[in-house]
Design a protein around this ligand. Structure first.
Ligand code: ADP
Ligand code: MG
Length: 491
């Protein structure tokens, strides 16, 4: 469903002749003084996120969360139990490892924890990008790669890192795909997302997959916690700040988790659990209610390996923003000769324009937009005049603004749901929303659109108490902390 909104375009149509001789209407965009076509005008209209749209999205997010907590399969949002019922206290001690399989990167990390006084004594990490062929290979190939990199990393342990004699190394495994968690250290993969299509993993316990691969590598480690990246981020943020209640990832994909009351989870089979609160992994990437979508979103979805799924993710996260923009520019090139007559072959290649390219273009504040021209040339292979570059920036801004503002509305939806159940739990006091992921970290325009939407929705008074902040490397340390709290040696 899309909600009609007033267009930001003001101007008058005047027919112009293209180099190919076709007649087409042009109009002037008053704010930037550029000559644009109806494609841009339509796009801005269809992607607009005025307050009523944001409010609808926030309300729908809260309602879908409730439906997903009521019964299994009750909503697009799976509202998965994390089995993390207590967050780090600061007392955690010892050497712990973490392994983080995201959508683009794979990270290994070790941390020496020193308890309340010393906190993080030392930490080291390594990051490798995931070879593309592994995204389409077999489960064994992917997990063997992970285990072999982990083994290499463990070999280099030394310095201030120290494992007490006779103990097995323990690891927190951050796995950023939807998993039906069955305990703190086991979970079944529901499906791959973010472009992964690995065979033989869906329906399997991903911890068992990792354990088997570690055995094949003769790596003697124990997975003490299987952690979603959002849950890791929340744990990492809580280690430093008691007010952290929500965590959101905006990287290749997107997801969010939050602290929930046990008695607000009707679908919980066993209400006698000895904890009052737990962390719920919303899997909000699957949200789809009331989003302002366009033909470009629908076409991209139809061509994806998971059509009809992860619609929120496809609208707001890093994997997709660049591709949406490419599809729009491609249409403008064909219909309006935005870049002249020639349309290079590579321009038609999906995902050739990436979100970091949009970001780099949007940082160009020079008069002639030289960097924009260079990036367009290097990525999609086109030459551009100044007007075309300005149009490109308008397109980027439209898509990034929609993404950031919708992400902000999603966050408000979560806060709203928490507040409705326990008055004062978020809006009556300082509340921290811990953010992580490459998109949030590196894209200043996206960040500020997100914050704008939160402020607009909550009003200036309440939003002063809602602190949305980047949790630097939260999820890695968080997974190690959860491995510590679930250590078989106690802590
Ligand atoms: P993952 O999602 O794989 O765990 P990250 O959180 O590091 O990994 O996010 C990587 C994603 O962040 C990239 O796929 C990209 O979409 C986005 N990203 C990375 N750098 C930038 C940038 N400079 N500008 C905008 N987006 C970026
Ligand atoms: Mg990640």
């Amino acid at each position: 469903m899309s909600i009609a909104a007033t267009s930001t375009i003001v101007g008058s149509f005047s027919p112009t002749r293209s180099p190919t001789g076709r007649l087409r209407p042009r109009m002037a965009l008053r704010s930037s003084g550029i000559s644009v076509t109806p494609i841009l005008a339509d796009l801005q209209k269809n992607c607009a996120t005025p307050l009523p749209v944001l409010r609808h999205v926030a309300d729908a997010m809260a309602a879908d969360m409730r439906a997903g907590l009521a019964v299994e399969g009750g909503s697009d949002l799976k509202m998965i139990l994390s089995y993390v019922n207590s967050l780090p206290t600061g007392n955690e001690k010892g050497l712990f490892y973490a392994l983080d399989l995201g959508g683009t990167n794979f990270r290994v990390l070790r941390v020496q924890l020193g308890g309340k006084e010393e906190r993080v004594i030392d930490t080291e990490f390594e990051q490798v990008s995931i070879p593309e062929e592994l995204m389409f290979g077999t489960s064994e190939e992917l997990f063997d790669f992970i285990a072999s990199r982990l083994a290499r990393f463990v070999e280099k342990e030394g310095g201030r890192f120290c494992l007490p004699h006779g103990r097995k190394r323990e690891i927190g495994f951050t796995f950023s795909f939807p998993v039906k968690q069955t305990s703190i250290d086991s979970g079944i993969l529901i499906k791959w997302t973010k472009g992964f299509a690995v065979s033989g993993t869906a329906g399997k316990d991903v911890v068992a997959c990792l354990n088997e691969a570690m055995e094949r590598q003769e790596l003697n480690m124990r997975v003490s916690a299987l952690v979603n990246d959002t849950v890791g981020t929340l744990a990492g943020a809580r280690y430093w700040d008691d007010d952290a209640m929500v965590a959101v990832i905006l990287g290749t994909g997107t997801n969010a988790c939050y602290v929930e009351r046990m008695d607000a989870i009707p679908k919980l089979p066993d209400q006698t659990l000895n904890s009052r609160r737990t962390i719920i992994n919303t899997e909000w990437g699957a949200f789809s209610n009331g989003l302002p979508l366009t033909e470009f979103d629908r076409d991209m979805d139809a061509a994806s390996i998971n059509p009809g799924e992860q619609i929120f993710e496809k609208t707001i996260s890093g994997m997709y923003l660049g591709e949406i923009v490419r599809r729009i520019l491609y249409k403008m090139a064909k219909a309006d000769d935005l870049f002249g007559d020639a349309i290079p072959e590579k321009f038609s290649k999906p995902f050739i324009l990436r979100t970091p390219d949009l970001c780099a273009m949007q940082q160009d504040s020079s008069d002639d937009l030289e960097a924009v021209g260079l990036i367009l040339n290097n990525t999609i292979g086109v030459a551009s005049n100044l007007n075309a570059r300005k149009v490109v920036l308008e397109v980027c801004d439209t898509i990034v603004k929609r993404g950031g503002r919708l992400a902000g509305a999603g966050i408000v939806g979560i806060l709203q749901k928490m507040e409705e159940d326990s008055k004062g739990v978020v809006f009556g006091k300082r509340t921290v929303v811990a953010m992580d992921g490459g998109l949030y970290e590196h894209y200043p325009q996206y960040r500020s659109y997100l914050q704008d939407a939160v402020t607009e929705l909550l009003g200036s008074e309440i939003s002063k108490n809602v602190i949305i902040e980047h949790s630097k490397d939260g999820s890695g340390i968080g997974a190690a902390l959860l491995a510590a709290s679930n250590s078989k040696y106690g802590h």
